[in-house]
Design a protein around this ligand. Structure first.
Ligand code: ADP
Ligand code: MG
Length: 273
């Protein structure tokens, strides 16, 4: 049986739409022409068409994961300058984290250090890597997360929110310590994190030293110690240090392109001892 090519193509395009196979829809015609010219076997043609559909599905799954993660912006590891971290952040350790085995093991990562030292950048970049590996990721600032938990509790929807949060494989909690919580908020965050213990990964960034954590949790030392125990039990802790990256960049007249700096430097370049 043989139909005119245009009719057959229209039928296949309609089938591809019906079966939700956009990758196949894109390639079946051009590959068909190529197959004819180069005398491919039917099997080779079918294989290449299905491979295109597979790639298309993988890409769309990654796009979905990235959208669902709700990153405030996209940051990646290739734009992270490890030489600007005063050797506090090891490229090898971060590369290992980017491979994602720690998420499979349901371990945690903590980035602690002063403001502007790349904690959020690294947190997003590792989250993006995990999403690219098609893991379920969610990024929330600590204060927003606590707000959502309190709102859900007031609306009697806490269980539902907790279930949704437990469903993600990597929960990124950014900026713990910027805003202190009241007792109820602190307890809800505590419960969320302790519930995740050995069930799902947490990546947390904070500007506080561990000794300062009780400040965030309404001075509840017991709760804070229990939380730290739970988080740090299976955790990679990376302590960033030094001056804010942006301030450093501004204070770097030597590295300006020819033509001079566009802005006067704020401070003199500091020399590392
Ligand atoms: P933190 O979360 O530690 O306060 P951020 O990650 O928000 O700091 O960093 C502030 C800004 O500086 C961001 O735009 C970030 O991309 C950039 N930045 C910080 N450290 C680096 C670095 N080592 N390489 C490249 N960009 C950096
Ligand atoms: Mg930050």
């Amino acid at each position: 049986m043989s139909r005119p090519t245009t009719l057959a193509n229209d039928l296949i395009a309609a089938q591809a739409r019906d079966l939700k196979m956009p990758g196949l829809a894109r390639v079946f015609e051009p590959l068909g022409r190529q197959a004819l010219e180069e005398h491919w076997s039917y099997e080779d043609y079918l294989h290449d068409v299905l491979a295109a559909e597979q790639v298309s599905r993988q890409e769309s799954a990654v796009r979905n994961r990235l959208r669902e993660a709700r990153f405030p912006e996209i940051k990646t590891l290739d734009t992270f300058d490890f030489t600007a971290t005063d050797s506090a952040v090891s490229p090898a350790v971060v590369a290992e984290l980017a491979r994602g085995a720690w998420i499979a093991r349901r371990e945690n990562v903590i980035f602690a250090g002063p403001i502007g030292t790349g904690k959020t950048h690294l947190a997003i970049a590792l989250g993006v890597e995990a999403a690219r590996q098609r893991r379920r990721v969610l990024f929330r600032r600590a204060a927003d997360l606590v707000c959502s938990l309190l709102e859900a509790r007031d609306a009697r929807e806490l269980m539902r929110l907790q279930r949704r949060l437990q469903y993600v494989e990597l929960l990124v909690i950014d900026e713990l310590g910027f805003v202190p919580f009241d007792r109820a908020g602190g307890e809800l965050l505590f419960n969320l994190i302790t519930e995740r213990y050995e069930r799902g990964s947490v990546l947390l960034t904070t500007n506080l030293a561990f000794a300062e954590w009780p400040k965030v949790f309404a001075a509840d030392e017991k709760l804070t110690t229990a939380l730290l125990d739970c988080l740090a039990h299976h955790a990679t802790v990376i302590t960033t240090k030094g001056k804010s990256y942006r301030m450093k960049q501004r204070a770097k007249p030597i590295d300006q392109p020819p033509g001079g700096p566009t802005q006067p430097p704020l401070t003199k370049p500091t020399r590392k001892e």
